[in-house]
Design a protein. Structure first.
Length: 367
């Protein structure tokens, strides 16, 4: 790679290298996992087929190596930016005049559900009505799979939509959880909003996504979360899940039964995420103005006491109704559907309270 150096005092924001595709490891509908011959310790890459076309062994490609070089959570894989071997140009086709990743070299065209070319366009003139709808909001993508499984386990006929925000991975195609849920019939529809893309439907913002899910597609339950890869800085409010807090009051004001899923762990070694995460506490302290219930799972005495003290010390214990439910039934849901989810690399046996919290929220909502 050419050493372009610095421009003024600003360093370059991206690293890329030329590489050759050696092997196609896995192909999904819109995503390929490939092995590369590349001057980099990491040899794996993802190829988004709808952006760069299908890759084959021997193709010469340009790979974004930034995250792997920085050894970030979004690392482990490079991302193919261009394929020099397939064609010199690609022509647009299909409907849609909306852009995502706007004003970047990778800006893409999508058909927004709201835009005039969409067959659903006229339906968006109605006001949002969430009365009687279940809405679960969770900051980690790993919450999605257990939530869907537990909802379906209790009420198989409930239709579920997932709304993916743009504060994690932007391409929905990267989510193995969504692929698995769809294959097992545990998730009916995916809506990607903002600059997230690749859902069954594309929407401009959270309001129209809720309109689409609740009033047009007539879903019974909606789960709002982001793609894999939450960003955190260790500061009280410098994390990408913060935006979800603004959605709580919106849903409450529109008469939804809205619940924010507590992030609970006693295996996370970071003190700010031990017990109930500081993300949850800070969202409820600073952003949530409505008396939305805080639902906790049954835990052993010491753990329960620890979390209750955290809520008391944060002045949340008497600001919000506190409900405690048995979340251990989520074990049955996961077994029923043959699922073995993880969060931060930890499974049910490693970090049970994380999963029990998800079970408790669903038990509260459905019982």
């Amino acid at each position: 790679m050419a050493n372009l150096g610095k421009r003024g005092t600003s360093e370059l924001m991206i690293e890329f290298k030329k590489a050759t595709v050696e092997k196609i490891e896995k192909t999904q509908e819109y995503l390929q996992e490939v092995s590369l011959k590349i001057d980099h310790p990491c040899k794996r890459a993802y190829n988004y087929i709808k952006m760069t076309g299908p890759a084959k062994p021997g193709d010469v490609v340009l790979a974004n190596t930034t995250a792997c070089t920085l050894n970030l959570g979004t690392g482990g894989y490079h991302y193919i930016m261009a394929n020099f071997s397939t064609c010199s140009s690609i022509e647009l086709f299909g409907q849609g005049h909306g852009m995502k990743l706007k004003y970047t070299p990778n800006q893409i065209k999508v058909l927004f559900a709201e835009e005039p070319d969409s067959p659903l366009h006229k339906k968006f003139y109605q006001m949002l009505n969430l009365k009687g709808k279940l809405i679960f909001i969770g900051e980690l993508h790993s919450m999605l799979l257990p939530l869907c499984a537990h909802i379906k386990y209790h009420s198989q006929n409930k239709k579920i939509a997932c709304i993916i925000t743009d504060h994690g991975a932007l391409p929905v195609w990267l989510s193995q959880n969504i692929e698995l849920l769809k294959s097992k019939g545990l998730l009916e529809s995916v809506i990607s909003i903002g600059n997230a893309f690749g859902g069954d439907y594309e929407c401009v913002n959270i309001y129209t996504a809720l309109q689409l899910a609740a009033n047009i597609l007539n879903m019974d339950a909606m789960i709002i979360t982001m793609g894999p890869g939450i960003l955190g800085t260790g500061t009280p409010f410098g994390f990408s899940g913060l935006e979800l807090g603004f959605y709580i009051d919106l849903c409450y004001n529109k008469e939804a039964q809205v619940l924010y899923v507590p992030r609970i762990s006693f295996r996370d070694t970071r003190s700010r995420h031990y017990g109930i995460s500081h993300h949850f506490i800070n969202i409820f302290k600073e952003l949530v103005t409505k008396p939305v219930p805080i639902v906790l799972p049954y835990m052993d005495h010491n753990k329960n006491r620890y979390v209750i003290k955290q809520l008391r010390d944060s002045d949340l214990l008497y600001k919000h109704p506190i409900a405690i439910r048995n979340g251990k039934n989520i074990i049955n849901s996961l077994f029923e559907y043959g699922l073995n989810p993880t969060t931060m690399g930890r499974g049910l046996k490693d970090d049970p309270e994380f999963f029990y919290a998800l079970g408790a929220v669903v038990e509260y909502a459905l019982m």
